[in-house]
Design a protein around this ligand. Structure first.
Ligand SMILES: NC(=O)c1ccc[n+]([C@@H]2O[C@H](COP(=O)([O-])OP(=O)(O)OC[C@H]3O[C@@H](n4cnc5c(N)ncnc54)[C@H](OP(=O)(O)O)[C@@H]3O)[C@@H](O)[C@H]2O)c1
Length: 418
């Protein structure tokens, strides 16, 4: 649908002169196309933005400058994102999260395109085949350490999901320079490229290990979180907004404990590092849903934390291999007994909102527009895997590992995982 200015005037109950005036003042948000004869034609998006401006200026009594600020900060977020219209770039698209994200997006939301950005051509080749050469998927070889390549890959992109990372705790510990280059410099490159190319929104994936980190992986992800939160200040008047999602272990993702236990089960002995250990658990579907919710609500600078269950490592061992011997090998360097999803000093900025905890940025520049109805939490609120209200027991864990088998493109059958 595209309308003439008179029709827009009737639809929005606004004088034509006001529409012309706002169009000049808000030219980065309202871009009517011109016919060959030079007449303007307003798209649905233009009309929706004009409606928002009307609400801000007449309803909320904002000045033009204030209204621009609000639009920049994403009042549009309050409306559902029309994914049909979006071009997405997904760093780390061939990983566990990336493949599930693509599957859900392609099946449910039909974006214009998803550009996969990662280094290994073989993983990309396998993914292309697994997704049956879906024309909405494009494969870009590139390293997040390479800012120029990222800039080229983000050209024309609306939304970015930053999932690429080095994430194995021991690998990061033994290769610290590499972990910093990928997880910290890579994050900075993503932020710079997104601002330079006019991306609208960026969600970066974080981890519970970034809270009070005791290993380099967690420390690099904490740096990355801080870069993304502060990236909003770097963006200044540009439209790009950044936020993070932070969650715990993904059930069965590459290199996680479930595939390890399943392998060890064959030998009759399972190794655990400490029988008191607890962890948060999230499924890939929930992780993808969290990212989509974050895109929807974000104004920029938030860290979105899902409310998810915990499990005891001993219960997992019993669920996977009830008949196996359990060998206690002692806690590893850089490992915690319990994980946290919000830290001690984050409580005062955390609200409970729509089934999530949202850590709001404690920055002078941040003006809160969304989150009406969000519940403020006690100042000393922390969310740790051992003080959780919700737990997965042995039976549920068994069902997750052995019963809940989902088809994932690229694999014949996978156990709730990629
Ligand atoms: N899995 C979990 O339990 C968990 C929990 C909390 C948070 N997270 C976070 O979620 C994100 C995704 O995790 P995942 O489980 O999907 O990881 P994954 O399966 O290991 O996948 C990592 C992806 O990143 C790409 N990658 C790695 N280094 C890169 C680089 N320098 N440049 C470009 N691409 C690079 C990899 O492809 P190439 O090797 O081909 O480049 C791969 O596509 C990570 O940020 C992780 O920290 C994961």
């Amino acid at each position: 649908m595209s309308l003439r200015i008179k029709q827009v005037s009737q639809e929005l109950d606004l004088p034509v002169s006001t529409i012309r005036y706002w169009q000049n003042e808000f030219e980065e948000f309202v871009n009517p196309e011109r016919t060959n004869g030079g007449q303007r034609r307003y798209s649905e998006k233009d009309i929706s933005v004009l409606g928002q401006i009307k609400d801000l200026v007449y309803g909320k009594k904002k000045t033009i400058v204030q209204a621009k600020k609000v639009l920049n900060k994403g009042v549009k977020n309050m409306n559902a994102i029309d994914w049909n219209e979006q071009a997405i770039l997904l760093t780390g698209g061939t990983g566990s999260f990336g493949k599930h994200f693509c599957r859900i997006m392609l099946e449910k939301y039909n974006p214009k395109v998803i550009r996969i950005y990662s280094r290994d051509e073989l993983k990309q080749h396998e993914m292309r085949i697994a997704f049956k050469d879906d024309p909405r998927l494009r494969f870009f070889i590139g390293d997040v350490r390479d800012g120029d390549r990222l800039r080229r890959a983000m050209d024309g992109v609306d939304m970015v999901v930053h999932a690429a990372a080095l994430k194995q705790v021991p690998a990061c510990e033994y290769n610290p320079f590499e972990a910093v280059k990928t997880n910290v410099h890579g994050a900075q490159n993503v932020i710079d490229a997104a601002i330079d190319t006019g991306v609208k929104k960026v969600i970066a994936l974080s981890t519970d290990k970034a809270v009070n980190p005791v290993n380099l992986y967690g420390a690099t992800k904490l740096c990355s979180d801080k870069l993304f939160v502060q990236g909003n200040a770097y963006a200044g008047e540009k439209i790009t907004r950044f936020a993070c999602v932070r969650y715990g272990n993904v059930i069965g993702s590459r290199g996680s404990v479930i595939p390890l236990f399943l392998e060890q089960k064959k030998s009759g002995t399972i190794t655990i590092t400490d029988d008191r250990m607890t962890r948060f658990w999230i499924t890939l579907e929930e992780a993808v849903e969290l990212v989509l919710k974050a895109f929807h609500y974000m104004e920029g600078g938030e860290i979105f934390v899902p409310i998810i269950p915990s499990m005891r490592i001993m219960d997992l061992a019993r669920a996977i291999a009830p008949d196996c011997k359990i060998k206690n090998i002692g806690i590893r360097p850089g490992e915690k007994l319990h994980e946290a999803l919000t830290g001690e000093d984050e409580g005062r900025n955390t609200i409970s909102y729509k089934g999530m905890y949202v850590i709001l940025p404690a920055m002078d520049w941040w003006e809160q527009e969304n989150y009406r109805g969000g519940k403020k939490l006690p100042e000393d609120f922390i969310y740790t895997s051992d003080n959780n209200q919700s737990w997965l027991g042995v039976e549920e864990l068994r069902r997750i590992v052995y019963g809940d088998i989902r088809e994932v493109p690229g694999k014949e059958k996978e156990q709730a995982v990629a």
